[in-house]
Design a protein around this ligand. Structure first.
Ligand code: KIV
Length: 272
């Protein structure tokens, strides 16, 4: 039985690594409450992210920056009540990991009070050190590279990252350094397909993409984009699975099966 078809046992960090080794695609989505978490879990999603995208799609804000640790803990608690099988990952919000003390104490709160099994940090010059410190304390970590929305005011817009040779080389180096520091998962957002493929081939840990093409170990999308109910303009890399589906359950199921059999993402949802 493949790891992915064993729907009875809980997905762990080790399961995701086995899926990469076995060439099984990992299907992930965001959720922010128990009802949607249950729908995703029953449909067979492998991990659920309580993303700081909550700030944009639930709170109606323009960026993820105002989201607080307390809000992430609250939504993590809600989501954890809806999950039986999927692994639960939560974002560390903007500036909640900018010193070793804050990083460790906020990660501890998200795990102890929220119930997360893994935390996600966005790339910055401090991230490698923070990943190392979290790893030393036994905290499973996902490192988010490419377009990191918490740095939106630095970028001046949501743009594809790693197109120029120097930026691509830097991302390859950073991905390798994050893995050495102990990252359990890498997440690439808005990265050209060829660069994402190279990072995935080099990495021993699973690489999850969002707008990073088909040649990564798994995909994640924001639930409200999949359901086409996110406020504002839809991102080019997200697909509306409500089109042609007669229920939310069908839409989620279709997303998962397209990720598992490699039908999503096509070139239309990827970048060169
Ligand atoms: O916050 C979020 O939803 C995310 C995804 C874009 C991966 O980080």
């Amino acid at each position: 039985m493949s790891v992915q078809t064993d729907t009875s046992s809980k997905v762990t960090n080790a399961t995701l690594k086995l899926m990469k080794e076995g060439g099984e695609k990992i299907a992930a989505m965001t959720a922010y409450d128990a009802a949607f978490a249950m729908v995703l879990d029953q449909a067979g999603v492998d991990f659920v992210l309580v993303g700081d995208s909550v700030g944009m799609v639930v709170q109606g804000r323009e960026t993820t920056i105002p989201v607080t640790v307390d809000e992430i803990i609250y939504h993590t608690q809600l989501v954890s009540r809806g999950l039986s099988r999927a692994l639960l990952m939560s974002d560390m919000p903007f500036m909640s990991y900018s010193s070793p003390h804050d990083c460790l104490s906020n990660a501890a709160r998200i795990m102890k009070e929220g119930g997360a099994a893994m935390v996600k940090l966005e790339w910055g010059e401090l991230e490698i050190d923070m990943v190392r410190r979290l790893t030393e304390c036994g905290v499973p970590v996902c490192a988010h590279l490419g377009l990191t929305p918490q740095a939106i005011h630095k970028y001046g817009g949501y743009k594809v990252q790693g197109r120029e040779a120097a930026a691509a080389d830097k991302m390859l180096e950073d991905a390798a350094a994050l893995e050495v520091a102990g990252a359990d998962l890498l997440l690439l957002e808005c990265v050209p397909t060829a660069l994402a493929r190279q990072i995935t081939e080099n990495a021993k840990v699973p690489v999850i993409g969002i707008g990073a093409g088909p040649d990564v170990d798994g995909q994640i999308l924001v639930l409200y984009d999949v359901l086409d109910i996110a406020p504002g303009k839809r991102t080019r890399f997200s697909k509306n699975y409500m089109e042609g589906s007669n229920s939310i359950q069908n839409a989620v199921g279709k997303y998962i099966s397209e990720v598992k059999d490699g039908a999503f993402p096509t070139e239309a949802y990827s970048f060169n």
